[in-house]
Design a protein around this ligand. Structure first.
Ligand code: B3K
Ligand code: ZN
Length: 872
């Protein structure tokens, strides 16, 4: 497999003005007829180039004609993924008849079957598994699609755009529908669905008065779980009109839920296809977190209609142009719908645990990668989450008004075009008059920048100075880094914890770092302040400032920035957990610093705080985050220290946890609204501390919550605490009960798998092995693979990293198996093995040999090959 480079980009030699497709769906095979109106691209320098079409090896070419002339095999050549036609005129019609077998497609790219229906996934390069085409995002075409299938088994036939004609072939029991999408689009946004589907519908009037029909399709048994997605869609549409001035553009907007899906959802024009896990929601079967995920993903895919579809990417190196921007948009939407501070805490937690780890590992790459072997490997936390942080920093530097002007200019100027991240930044520069050339390094330099901050105070001159030094560790292919342009939002806390007025009387100031070392001076500061640094996490960096535990406690209780209040608590907890880890390693008894107990007590007693934030503050840093912070990960020490701290906190504060647990008892009918979600999150957190006491009375309390719950959040919260507890018989009983209750609810059973896979008790691997043979498991279904295998390997460190290497062997075997079935899922499974450099020498050797065994296992997909070869 060979790498492709951004620097080699060339405009397409040919364009496709219109694309007409006809699908004849059959049990044995599907026939795809395409008629493409093509011409040479006037912008291309190569006037003689042969026509080079993309086509996956699995395509069976039945007939090929140019402007009515059937080609014979001498006229073309197939080579790997390309179909070369030597002599073509400047303008012509290409007709193609292709045979494919969706029922055998386990990769879930292109056209495939999910349970009893047909669906597609074309991003990034799946369309070439459907027919021969110029499968690149800068070739945009107007599509007309006819779908023909058995009328009884596939009554619903969908594609992009608006339905324009339909009919039936009476004697054959078949019918057809023709869809037309007036907006030119790249092939990756193509979609088709055929099945026996039910739907809900709602009318929507856009701000300018156009009538749109909104429909959500699913299998009929899930019809009662679609309302939340519909409400989320309507909210997202209103929000985009108000905040970005963007309206929907077709007459119909459709979402279809499918159970077999490689990721969360896909923004196909007018016909989004969603993983059931990101659409279906009901109080009995869905947790609050999952309700919020549905809201966020529905919004994300809807927002793509402008940031992605109307304005798309020139090439796949620009992926963050649509993904980073759209994640920023959906995060702001969720912040407006729910709690802004809580949303920020969640996003930063993900970034700091998983994206920072990616940035420090062998697959580290810039937000705009410079090369790739398989683009599917670059749908990463860096492109999505760090990409969103880069857009957020532009928002911070420009302020909301100029940012909106910039986005207006970007959408107007590039509507209908395939563009680059540079075009996005240029629009922001033009409206603001700012020079963002140094800022652009965020797109090109990988790695997480570090800030070392120190300060001094001159009492006589009443002058306070902050000294900031930035650096960035080397990453693969990038040894040296230039300094970044970093917005550093800060505040200064005076005596009593009040914000001191800064420039212009504001209490938060955005310092702009552009050099390796800089000093910022504040005059007229009457007493030495405590700095509140990186407010709101204003840049995706690691900041170090020598802060005492007392100062952290002070910030925890006084900082006016909600994010930094939480962060001060996290930093305090990290500091104290590290001390416990040292004690554990030295074989000394562990002893928890009272500072953490006192700080938690104060937060628990403060009834004025949002319970959701209280829950966040009282959540100890995860094992994954502690691992990311470690130079060498000590799996046992991290686990033991954290368990010890949890139990010690529970013992010291049991009365308070119990009081708040009781006071937060559910009142009224379940709703996944911000107020109730906040209460349940704190209540379940209190229960988790109480369960850490390992007392039968607490077990009984958890079991009662499980039995009495009228919603999945409370039921599942209790279930996982009991399942992970030392009460073995009770754990088995409650898991058994849960399975019987929800046997028919696939998504709930996936949670049941995940809870068992994440059980830190010894023996988890044997349990996972057994579950792979359970009727609830299916290796072809990515949701099941994620729930059981990924959860075990990523959320059960003590078992996965068992010293004998059994976890690594298990994962290597699964990857070798999945590589043949579904390369994208196989490649994602690799992540934990790629981090081998962070473990002790014996584990390093075991992980490397697992990777080597995968490499030697025979023919590898590009996906798996790229990750394995880059990490060894
Ligand atoms: N754009 C799709 C992701 C496609 C992934 C292809 N391997 C979903 C999203 O980000 O909205
Ligand atoms: Zn997206």
């Amino acid at each position: 497999p060979r790498a492709i480079y951004l620097k080699d980009y060339q405009v397409p030699p040919f364009l496709i003005d219109t694309t007409e497709l006809r699908f004849e769906l059959g049990d044995d095979h599907t026939l795809v007829r395409s008629v493409l109106k093509m011409r040479r691209n006037p912008a291309s320098p190569s006037r003689q180039a042969p026509l080079d079409l993309h086509g996956h090896e699995s395509l069976e070419l039945c007939r090929l004609a140019i402007s009515g002339q059937v080609l014979s095999p001498q006229d073309y050549r197939r080579e790997g993924e390309s179909l070369l036609i030597r002599a073509v005129p400047d303008e012509f019609t290409l007709e193609c008849l292709t045979r494919i077998r969706p029922q055998d497609n386990t990769a879930l790219e292109g056209l495939y079957r999910s349970d009893g229906m047909y669906c597609t996934q074309c991003e990034a390069e799946g369309f070439r598994r459907i027919t021969f085409y110029l499968d690149r995002p800068d070739v945009m075409s107007v599509f007309t699609t006819t779908v023909e299938a058995d009328a009884r088994r596939y009554p619903v036939l969908l594609s992009n755009g608006n339905p324009v004609a339909s009919g039936s072939l009476e004697d054959e029991g078949r019918h057809w529908v023709t869809w037309q999408d007036p907006f030119p689009k790249p092939a990756y946004l193509f979609a088709l669905v055929a099945g026996d589907l039910a739907h809900i519908e709602r009318p929507f009037k856009t701000a300018s008065g156009r009538d749109v029909t909104l429909r959500i399709y699913a299998e009929s048994r899930d019809l009662d779980k679609l309302d939340h997605a519909m409400e989320s869609l309507v909210k997202a549409m209103r929000w985009d009109e108000k905040v970005y001035g963007r309206e929907y553009d077709l007459d119909i907007y459709m979402i279809v839920a499918v159970d077999f899906f490689n990721m969360g959802a896909m923004e196909n024009k007018g016909l989004n296809i969603f993983n059931t896990s990101c659409v279906l929601a009901s109080p009995e079967t869905t947790t609050d977190a999952a309700f919020q995920r549905v809201e966020g993903v529905v919004a994300h895919e809807y927002f793509h209609n402008w940031s992605g579809n109307r304005v798309t990417c020139r090439d796949w190196f620009q992926l963050s142009l649509k993904e980073g921007f759209t994640v920023f948009r959906d995060a702001e939407f969720s912040a407006d719908m729910n709690s802004r501070a809580v949303k920020r805490v969640e996003d930063v937690t993900l970034l700091r645990t998983a994206q920072f780890a990616e940035d420090a590992g062998p697959m580290a790459h810039p937000v705009r990668p410079a090369s790739f072997i398989e683009i599917s490997n670059f749908y990463t936390l860096t492109v999505y989450e760090k990409g969103a942080e880069v857009v957020r920093m532009i928002h911070t530097l420009l302020g909301p008004e100029l940012f909106r002007k910039g986005s207006d200019l970007y959408f107007e100027r590039h509507d209908g075009q395939a563009v680059t991240t540079d075009d996005f930044v240029r629009a922001m520069e033009e409206v603001s008059g700012r020079d963002l050339s140094q800022f652009r390094l965020w797109y090109d330099q990988a790695g997480t920048p570090r800030l070392h901050v120190s300060d001094d105070y001159d009492a006589a001159a009443q002058r306070y100075s902050l000294h900031v030094e930035q650096s960035c560790p080397a990453t693969p292919d990038q040894a040296e880094k230039k300094p970044f342009h970093i917005p550093l939002a800060i505040g200064l806390l005076g005596p009593g914890g009040r914000d001191l007025p800064l420039a212009g009387g504001a209490t938060t100031e955005v310092l702009e770092l552009t050099e390796t070392k800089q000093t910022f001076v504040f005059e007229g500061v009457a007493e030495r302040p405590v700095p509140s640094l990186l407010r709101g996490f204003s840049a995706p960096v690691k900041l170090q400032y020598p802060c005492s535990r007392d100062e952290r406690v002070f910030l925890m209780s006084h900082d006016s920035d909600g994010f930094n209040r939480w962060d001060a608590g996290q930093a305090l907890a990290v500091d104290i957990l590290r001390e416990l880890m040292d004690q554990y390693r030295a074989g000394r008894p562990m002893q928890l610093d009272c500072a953490l107990i006192d700080a938690f007590a104060a937060v628990l007693d403060d009834e004025a705080l949002d319970p959701a934030m209280v829950a966040k503050v009282l959540t100890l840093p995860s094992e994954a985050y502690l691992s990311e912070l470690s130079d060498e990960i000590d799996v046992e020490a991290i686990h033991e220290a954290r368990q010890f701290a949890k139990k010690a906190l529970a013992q010291a504060l049991s009365g308070r946890f119990e009081r708040r647990y009781l006071a937060l008892a559910p009142a009224g009918v379940y709703a996944p609204d911000a107020v109730q979600v906040a209460r349940r999150s704190l209540r379940n957190l209190c229960l988790s501390y109480l369960m850490a006491l390992e007392q039968p009375a607490q077990l009984a309390r958890a079991r009662a919550q499980y039995d009495d719950a009228d919603n999945m959040t409370d039921r599942q919260g209790a279930l996982s605490l009991i399942a992970h507890s030392a009460f073995g018989a009770e754990a088995d009983a409650v898991l058994e009960d849960f399975y019987r209750r929800f046997e028919r609810e696939t998504l709930v059973i996936n949670q049941w798998l995940a809870i068992q896979a994440s059980d830190p008790k010894p023996g988890a691997l044997a349990r996972v092995d057994a579950l792979m043979k359970h009727e609830a498991f299916d290796i072809r279904n990515p949701n099941k693979v994620r729930s059981l295998i990924s959860v075990f390997c990523n959320q059960n460190a003590v078992n996965f990293h068992a010293a004998d290497g059994a976890g690594y062997d298990f994962l290597a075997d699964r990857i070798i198996e999945m590589n043949r079935l579904n390369p994208q899922v196989a490649s994602r499974l690799l992540t934990p093995l790629t981090r081998w450099r962070k473990y002790d020498a014996p584990r390093q050797a075991l992980m490397q040999s697992a990777l080597q065994r995968i490499l030697d296992s025979g023919e590898l997909s590009k996906d798996v090959y790229e990750v394995v070869s880059k990490s060894l």
